[in-house]
Design a protein around this ligand. Structure first.
Ligand SMILES: [Zn+2]
Length: 234
């Protein structure tokens, strides 16, 4: 199976679905992570162009730890817009190239407007990629992929309907998050928490809900054409 996680910033994948992607990889599936935003605004002292390059390297490093392919739509922070057809076209190109059997993205209730726009963009682009007369220059139309929403930051306003046991993947998930050195500092200064510590707490809370040590929670997108008769999550 080909799994495509289309997630907003470099470092969002680790928190929301990193353990689950590791589990897919262990089971022999292909995993690609697409960052929609380049993360160029996430620091107090490093300027946007320099930060953009740093964060690309951090994302690549984290994906290398896991054996995932890393790609980016390279859209500036705070400008993601699902009504912007240039942004839609960027994602259609990536989806047609990757031909995913499953897409994972942010939950519609997540806290950050860029995360919410990413989810809308993914919903639109993953449908548009199936239409043969739309952007024929970007390759053949693909099948409509099932879509799963990953957890919101700290689980706020998100009730999972499916859980993945990530107990065996927790340490690697943490190693991947630690690759985002610029963000460990930014989140401490801007948001007032240690993301490494909080990530483990969120996985522990989701684990308690389903009877394992560490877990990640998901809900499926309930739209026609996206549903399957079998479980898609590992
Ligand atoms: Zn983010």
């Amino acid at each position: 199976m080909k799994v495509l996680a289309i997630i907003c910033h470099p470092d969002d994948m680790e928190l929301t679905c990193g353990g689950t992607l590791l589990k897919y990889k262990k089971a022999g599936h292909d995993v690609t992570v697409c960052n929609v935003a380049n993360g160029n605004m996430g620091h107090y002292s490093i300027m946007p162009e320099e930060l953009r390059a740093i964060r690309r390297k951090e994302a690549q490093k984290a994906c290398d730890v896991a054996g995932f392919k890393s790609v980016t739509a390279d859209i500036d922070d705070l400008t993601i817009n699902s009504a912007n057809m240039e942004h839609v076209r960027k994602l259609v190109r990536i989806i047609r190239e990757e031909k995913p059997d499953l897409i994972i993205t942010h939950h519609p209730n997540d806290y950050c407007s860029d995360h919410r726009e990413t989810e809308r963009l993914v919903f639109k682009a993953s449908f548009d990629a199936t239409v043969p007369h739309f952007m024929p220059e970007a390759g053949e139309a693909v099948d409509l992929a099932p879509l799963y929403y990953a957890d919101c930051d700290w689980g706020v306003n998100m009730i999972p309907t499916e859980y993945v046991d990530i107990t065996d993947e927790m340490d690697t998930k943490e190693k991947m998050m630690a690759c985002h050195e610029s963000q460990v500092v930014w989140l401490r200064e801007h948001d007032g928490y240690d993301v490494i510590v909080e990530q483990r707490k969120q996985a522990a809370a989701r684990g308690t809900q389903c009877g394992v040590k560490y877990a990640e929670g998901f809900t499926p997108c309930l739209a026609s054409g996206r549903l399957r008769t079998y479980r898609l999550l590992p």
